[in-house]
Each structure stands twice: as C-alpha cells, then as structure tokens.
Design a protein around this ligand. Structure first.
Ligand SMILES: Nc1nc2c(ncn2[C@@H]2O[C@H](COP(=O)(O)OP(=O)(O)OP(=O)(O)O)[C@@H](O)[C@H]2O)c(=O)[nH]1
Ligand SMILES: [Mg+2]
Length: 370
C-alpha cells in the first residue's frame, strides 16, 4: 500500500517540476497516465482490503439524492438537521457521525433525499478513515454539497483533490471519447471538431495501459486528463457546489476575505451559510434544486381534463417510463401507450411509448390495461 503511495508521490513531484510545453507534452501525458493507473490500483486495492461486507447500505429514495461532503466537524449533521428536521448527532469533536444518516427535504414539489456522512479525511480515496465506504456513498450521489468550515476555507483544494483521486469529476460533462481496441495498425486518432491533443501524446498515454492498437474517436475536444479518464474508466460525473458554514462566527469583512480566497484558489463562488442561524438556507435549497434540474408535467386522466393546478415535479430529461414508475409501481407493467400535448411532440395528443422524453410543461395522459 505505502509502496504505491510513495510511487504516486514521486511521480506527482516530478509532474510538478516539469513545465508544460510542446517538447514536454508527451512526457507529461505519460506521467499523468502513470499516476492515474497507480491511483486506480491503490483505490481498487483499498476497496478490496476491508473485504466489502460492512459497506454503508443506504436506500436511495425521493426524486434525487444529495450528499454532504466535508472534513470532520464542519457542520454536516447540523446542516442535515436544519434542512430536514432529522436528528443526526451533532458534536463539538471530530468523527461524531460514524455512519450514513438520511433525511428528506420537500422543496418546490420535489422530494430530495439528503445524506449526512462521516467526515472525510485526507487519504480517504486510498481507504484512510472509513474512506472506502464514504467515497462509495459520494459516488452514488446525484449532487454533492461540499461543506467547508469558515476557519478552514483553505481546505477546499484538499477536499477536491480527494474527490478527484476517487474518480469523481465535478461540474463537468463526461467527455465524448471512445477508445476501440484493434488488432493492428497502431493508434489512430479521429476528431470531430478541433482537438488540442497531438497523436504522439495520445500514443504515449495509451501505451501506459499497454494499448498499442486502437481507434480513438474524440468529439468536441478533450484534454490529456480526459483521455486518461476515458482509458481508465470508472469515473463518475456529478454536479457540485461549495458552501462555507459557520459564517455566524466571523464578521462581514472576514467573510469577504474567505470568500475571495476560495474564488482565487479554485475559481468557484461559494455560498456563505450558517447551519446554526439558518443564514442562506433558501439559497442553498435553490442551488440544489436548480443544479439537479427539475421540470413540471401536467397529468390528464384518460377521458378527463388535465390538472393544470398541480403539476407533477420530475427530473429534467425524464421519460414516460420514469413518470410511470413515480406514479405507481404497476404502471410500467400495465402500460399500453401515452398521449402527449406540448413541446416534446410534433402533434397535439401524439401517441408515444415508454422511452419518450418529456419536456417542461407537457401534458401527459397514460393509458394502461386494467
Ligand atoms: N457557530 C456555528 N457552529 C456550528 C454551525 N454548524 C455546526 N456548528 C458546530 O460545529 C460542531 C460540529 O458540528 P457537526 O454538525 O457535528 O459537524 P459534522 O460535520 O457532522 O462532524 P462529523 O460528524 O464529526 O464529521 C458542533 O459543535 C456544532 O454545533 C454553524 O453554522 N455555526
Ligand atoms: Mg456529523
């Protein structure tokens, strides 16, 4: 274990020493691919080490799941309790929460599950603390709220690195890259749109994974890191935002300093909150709600009129099947067809099947067998 971590540290130090330019780009690509491979090995080893078995089992419920991530004592449990009325234990010492505590929040018609988890520590991705289990829960989230303590704003970078090492990519769409192994002909690169990667960089990265022959197709641009991610796989892409808690403990000037420090360090605007006093709780709920993306659908009984008063709230991109599942567990098996009025269809009242994607404000009528 430590052998792997030492190797990773050495390579990371070398990467830091190497300036990026045309002449070094191939070498840098190879270093990054090496590091990613070793990290993946370390994470996989850590996952296996404790033999599974006692992982946290959390049943997902509601329309979406939010996970509160942060170092110990930043106020995750306090925040969960404030948002959901749950009673997760709060303590003035580290590692108060030892398991996953779920809560549920109703907001603008959506039911949002919130998970409070044990504090993360540096090295969690490699299995330190209860890293393995905690990371497993984070990876399954629909959205991550990264919670910082107002006195430790500088921890943002450390936390983000931990998530990155665990294969979690935040606030970025999954790069459109396919690597298809072939039996000969070397590595060929096809790009749709402009691509900033040289074929030599691609070859040296793939060679680290012993891929000597492959057709690589990249749509819409990609970096070396994106290519390495596609090569190694097991990456998850999750939206997230940062909230700084306990701002009730500092004056306005200090708050502003901390806020600016975070913007400078990682380039994102944090939300300044207090789980104690309830400061900016509505802003936090809005941020969660908007990032998750919800829309409305109006239901119309088979021979009746549509209920335009009370829409059903569903995730953006939901299909007729998703809505059936939400309405009743028998709806999918008894489904015959549906009719839709609105922007997702060409003709009003068009007949559609289960895979049809609904657009905000559509009217939907589901026809089932009795
Ligand atoms: N002043 C102030 N204190 C807070 C706030 N939120 C939490 N605290 C205090 O911070 C301490 C830790 O809070 P917890 O909610 O237990 O923190 P946690 O992140 O769940 O900690 P672990 O479970 O150990 O990871 C407690 O003493 C809380 O009362 C806040 O907004 N303002
Ligand atoms: Mg806690």
């Amino acid at each position: 274990m430590s052998g792997l971590e030492d190797q990773i540290q050495e390579l990371e130090a070398e990467l830091e020493r190497t300036p990026y330019n045309k002449a070094t780009s191939k070498h840098i690509g190879r270093l990054k691919a090496k590091i990613a491979k070793l990290k993946d090995e370390a994470v996989t080893r850590a996952m296996k080490a404790s033999g599974g078995g006692e992982g946290f089992s959390v049943k997902k419920s509601g329309d979406a799941t939010v996970v509160l991530v942060g170092f110990p004592s930043v106020g995750k449990s306090t925040l969960l309790n404030k948002l959901t009325g749950t009673k997760s234990e709060v303590g003035a010492y580290a590692f108060t929460t030892l398991t996953v505590v779920p809560g549920s929040m109703d907001y603008k018609g959506a039911k949002i599950q919130i998970l409070d988890i044990p504090g993360l520590i540096a090295g969690a991705a490699m299995g330190r603390g209860r890293g393995k289990e905690v990371i497993g829960v984070v990876r399954s989230a629909d959205i991550i709220v990264i919670l910082l303590d107002v006195f430790n704003g500088a921890h943002a970078g450390v936390l983000l690195k931990e998530l990155y090492d665990a294969g979690i990519r935040i606030n970025k769409p999954k790069p459109d890259i396919t690597i298809k192994r072939t039996s000969n002909g070397g590595v060929l690169l096809h790009a749709v749109g402009t691509l900033d990667l040289e074929i030599e960089e691609v070859r040296s990265i793939l060679a680290e994974n012993k891929i000597m022959n492959a057709d690589v197709l990249v749509r819409g641009g990609a970096t070396q890191d994106d290519l390495i991610d596609a090569m190694i796989g097991s990456r998850v892409y999750i939206p997230a935002f940062i909230a700084v808690n306990k701002v009730d403990l500092v004056d306005a000037e200090t708050q502003e300093e901390i806020r600016r420090g975070i913007v400078d360090e990682i380039g994102v605007e944090p939300l300044m909150i207090s789980a104690h006093s309830g400061l900016h709780m509505d802003e936090l709920k809005d941020e969660v709600y908007n990032k998750l993306g919800f829309m409305r659908v109006f239901l119309k009984p088979q021979n009746g009129v549509a209920d335009l008063e009370e829409p059903l709230i569903i995730r953006t991109g939901s299909t007729v099947a998703d809505i059936c599942r939400k309405l009743h567990r028998d709806f999918v098996s008894r489904f015959r067809y549906a009719r839709v009025w609105g922007r997702s269809v060409k003709h009003p009242g068009q007949r559609v099947g289960l895979p049809h994607q609904i657009i905000d404000s559509d009217i939907l009528s589901i026809i089932t067998e009795h």
